[in-house]
Each structure stands twice: as structure tokens, then as C-alpha cells.
Design a protein around this ligand. Structure first.
Ligand code: 5RP
Length: 252
């Protein structure tokens, strides 16, 4: 029988769900950095665009700014990457569409849990990585918005989420344990497994650093895994709020 729990330095992450996740305590600077990055990304929108709407607290700020722009006359269609983002976009009156109607997305704006100088990302802290990756991969341009705490070389300092079908979770846990990846099934505040918008489980790999994201991504491909939170070669730019401004990282 696999041990399901060990010391969890990311305990806050494993408890709440995306839908009811309280914002972890964040310094005013961090909140301001997120706001600056979100506002800068929204400047890139233009009439007629199909826009991927990311998930998480930074994306929510961008969605709010998009909602205000739409009220002011901006003519776009949004494709949300989670149920939570869809609810927020609807509340704000942002017209929505689907990948069935628009399989090519002009621009997606989404947050990240970590990024490195190569613009490899760890995503899925909110459990929305599957839809996020589908939308990012369908996008002509993918802009990531973060505060300064998300920049990490090597990539790491945050668990790598993996979305797994419930039927296959035990063999997947066994494989990841054999690879010394310290897998833990994500739990909600109520102590039951977190269920994604696609009705799967999230297994968080509690590893300190990901010096070779491509190698780890290859190791994660095994039956039962639907997708993982390593976004490699997808981001075109990261807009990182830092201090009172925005630092722009571009893919080389
Ligand atoms: O990948 C994500 C959700 O699945 C989020 O983009 C990521 O967790 C960043 O969230 P926040 O902006 O709240 O820090």
C-alpha cells in the first residue's frame, strides 16, 4: 500500500478547490504585481479577437479588466479555461464561445505557478491545467501573467500537478513513487479528493526542483495520466509584475 501523505510544504495548496479557494495571504506588493501584469496583458486585446480566459487569481484580475473593456465597447469572444472563469466571465457580461466554434484562439492570457527563463511553466495550482493546456495549445499567442514570486531558475519551488483518471490512479502513484517523485493525491478542505472540471484527480508531485522539464514531462507519460502541469514551449511571453512596473520575458 502506498503512503499517501508525507510532510507537505505546500499544504495550503492541497486543501481548497479552485472554486472556493480563498486567496492565500499575499503581500500588498504581490497583489499589486498581479494587477499590473493583468492590466498590461489586456492592453494586447483588439476587436474581433477570440481570447482564452485563464484560471486562478491573476487571471481573474485579467478577466475583470476584460469585462470592463467589453463594457467600454471592446468586441471580443472569450473561451474560459475553467468553470470558475466561465462563471466570472458570464457575471461580467463577456460574450463567450467554444473551441468547437472557434478552434483557433487569437490570444490566451493565463497565470502560472512558476516560470523559468526558457518560459517553461508549472501550472495547475488551481486544478485547471487540462483545459488550460488545451486552450494554450490552440492559441496563436499565449501571454502568461504573474507576480515576481513565480520566477524560478531552475524551475521549481512548487509541486508539479498531474491530472489522472480515477480508475488508473493507483498504478500511476506506484510508478511515480518508483521514480522518487513523491506523489500526493490533492485533497479538498473537507478531506476528500479534489475533482477537476473534467472529473479527474490531481496528483501533486512534491519535488523541490525541475532542472530538466522535458525529461520530467517524458517520465510522466503513462496510462491513466491525462495531462500534466508542465507547459513547455507554449508561452510566447511572460508579463511579470515587479515593484511598480511590469517586466516582459519573451521566448527566444
Ligand atoms: O494554473 C493555474 C490554475 O490551474 C493558475 O494559473 C495558477 O495556479 C496561478 O494561479 P494564481 O494566479 O492564483 O497564482
Amino acid at each position: 500500500m502506498l503512503a499517501r501523505f508525507s510532510f507537505d510544504p505546500f499544504d495550503w495548496l492541497t486543501r481548497p478547490t479552485l472554486r472556493n479557494r480563498p486567496m492565500p495571504d499575499q503581500a500588498p506588493d504581490q497583489a499589486n504585481e498581479k494587477q499590473l501584469a493583468a492590466a498590461a496583458a489586456v492592453q494586447e486585446l483588439a476587436d474581433g479577437m477570440v481570447v482564452g480566459l485563464g484560471s486562478g487569481s491573476t487571471s481573474a484580475l485579467a478577466i475583470r479588466a476584460i469585462g470592463a473593456a467589453v463594457k467600454g465597447g471592446l468586441d471580443i469572444l472569450g473561451i474560459p479555461t475553467s468553470v470558475a472563469s466561465e462563471q466570472l466571465a458570464r457575471e461580467l457580461g463577456i460574450p463567450l464561445t467554444t473551441l468547437d466554434e472557434h478552434p483557433a484562439v487569437d490570444l490566451t492570457i493565463d497565470g502560472a505557478d512558476r516560470f523559468n527563463d526558457s518560459l517553461d511553466l508549472i501550472k495547475g495550482g488551481g486544478g485547471a491545467l487540462l483545459r488550460e493546456k488545451v486552450v494554450a495549445a490552440a492559441s496563436k499567442r499565449f501571454i502568461v501573467i504573474t507576480d515576481a514570486s513565480k520566477h524560478a531558475n531552475p524551475l521549481g519551488g512548487f509541486p508539479v500537478p498531474v491530472e489522472v483518471i480515477p480508475f488508473g490512479v493507483q498504478p500511476v502513484l506506484q510508478r511515480f513513487t518508483d521514480l522518487n517523485l513523491n506523489p500526493v493525491i490533492r485533497q479538498t478542505a473537507a478531506g476528500v479528493p479534489f475533482i477537476t472540471d473534467e472529473n479527474n484527480l490531481i496528483v501533486d508531485l512534491q519535488i523541490a526542483a525541475v532542472p530538466d522539464p522535458t525529461k520530467l514531462a517524458e517520465q510522466l507519460v503513462t496510462p491513466g495520466v491525462v495531462e500534466h502541469g508542465l507547459f513547455i514551449g507554449l508561452a510566447d511571453e511572460v508579463l511579470m509584475g515587479v515593484g511598480g512596473g511590469v517586466q516582459r520575458f519573451t521566448a527566444s
